[in-house]
Design a protein around this ligand. Structure first.
Ligand SMILES: *[C@@H]1O[C@H](CO)[C@@H](O)[C@H](O)[C@H]1NC(C)=O
Ligand SMILES: *[C@@H]1O[C@H](CO)[C@@H](O)[C@H](O)[C@H]1NC(C)=O
Ligand SMILES: *[C@@H]1O[C@H](CO)[C@@H](O)[C@H](O)[C@H]1NC(C)=O
Length: 365
């Protein structure tokens, strides 16, 4: 008679332990650390995906959506805003190149994730070159029920601990590169008043050995540290070519946890400590999170979902093999594009760029 009750109690206990609420950002050891004492893995251009859903758009710099990113331990996401017909959308470079939808939908996905993961703090940086107004941005946060989740600094220059942010239900730190107005919208923080970052347009790992701030411009590392700004390390590479594309061919070196750890710790003296933010492409490769856990002293992360293996073009029925962008894609891709163009179909700009430079080889074949 007692057995069924015992069993149901056990089942309930198992369900409860599925999410460990005693942890903050994947570890109990981080709860009492001030926000600025933790290192966060960042997904560069988080909404710009390269997978079957986008037909492996070469403008995509992540394989998996923001839900998968956050579940795997990413705690900073950056997203680029562009105007299309006067309305803001999430587009990397240009909306005719890669369009990842509306800010409202992106925020709703983040809201859903925060609800399922109640003891996690995340940071969003909006690359707001078109200067979407703070009022419009606030409306987008509100449409996703995120407006009250935004942290507003107290003005003391001190950051709260992760636990304090969680308890106050202000688990979202938001930076804007441009278009902020702290007088009217104090929770939309000017990124370069709060952080200093390394160069972001790089083609070689050698550049990762340089610690000098690139933005804000004209600030020495010593002055950046003295100002209290948080160090932000950009750790992604482009490949040389017609257009600036992520160097996916070197991703296992760029995101390798030992390489990352070495390049991040060697700047610690110059930066007055380990970086707060580390921004990478294709975050699941490496895996980059290995370096971040090491910097945070986390050995047994909880509440994480291991991301799947990176998808490859071809596994859904096309040609098998990596797309070699610098050589103009595969013969199959050039043929497919030629057929589309001959049939009078609209060929996306990204496809033309993909095959650029590949025509010569096609003729030889
Ligand atoms: C995110 O990606 C995962 C795995 O690819 C998928 O199962 C899920 O439906 C996606 N979520 C959204 C909101 O698109
Ligand atoms: C890459 O970064 C370094 C410093 O870290 C910078 O001086 C250099 O100009 C950048 N390289 C390119 C090609 O822009
Ligand atoms: C990256 O991949 C290349 C080619 O597969 C391999 O030779 C190299 O050892 C890998 N590097 C790391 C750090 O895993």
């Amino acid at each position: 008679m007692k057995l069924p009750i015992l069993l149901s109690a056990l089942t309930a206990a198992t369900l409860v332990s599925a999410y460990d609420a005693s942890a903050c950002n994947n570890s109990p050891s981080l709860c009492d650390k001030p926000y600025d004492d933790v290192t966060y893995l960042g997904a560069h251009n988080s909404p710009s995906l390269r997978n079957a859903q986008t037909d492996f758009n070469i403008g995509g710099v992540q394989y998996f959506n923001v839900t998968v990113q956050l579940s795997a331990g990413v705690r900073l996401v950056t997203a680029q805003l562009q105007l299309k017909d006067g309305k803001p959308r999430l587009c990397h470079g240009s909306c005719s190149f890669i369009d990842s939808g509306t800010l409202d939908d992106y925020f709703k996905e983040i809201r859903a994730w925060l609800d399922k993961n109640p003891s996690e703090v995340i940071t969003i940086t909006l690359i707001n070159e078109p200067r979407v107004s703070p009022t419009d941005l606030t409306a987008s946060f509100a449409s996703a029920n995120l407006a009250s989740e935004l942290y507003t600094p107290t003005g003391t220059g001190e950051w709260p601990t992760l636990r304090e942010l969680i308890d106050a239900k202000t688990r979202l730190i938001v930076y804007l590169t441009d278009g902020h107005n702290t007088a009217t919208h104090p929770s939309l923080l000017p990124q370069f008043d709060y952080t200093f970052e390394t160069a972001y347009e790089n083609y070689s790992e050698l550049d990762f050995t340089k610690c000098a701030p690139d933005r804000p411009a004209g600030l020495s590392a010593a002055d950046a540290v003295a100002s209290g700004r948080l160090p932000w390390a950009n750790r992604y590479l482009y490949s040389e070519g017609l257009v600036q594309l992520p160097n996916v061919g070197r991703i296992n070196e760029t995101n390798n946890p030992d390489n990352l750890y070495a390049s991040l710790t060697q700047c610690a003296d110059a930066w007055g400590g380990i970086p707060s933010y580390v921004l990478v492409d294709f975050f699941n490769e490496g895996p980059a999170i290995g370096a971040i856990d090491r910097l945070n002293g986390v050995t047994k992360a909880v509440n994480r979902v291991e991301p799947p293996k990176s998808p490859k073009r071809g596994e859904d029925g096309g040609e098998v093999g990596d797309v070699d962008v610098t050589n103009g894609g595969s013969v199959g891709e050039r043929k497919a594009l030629a057929v589309k163009a001959l049939m009078g179909e609209d060929v996306p700009v990204a496809d033309w760029i993909l095959v650029a430079g590949g025509w010569g080889k096609m003729i030889k074949l």
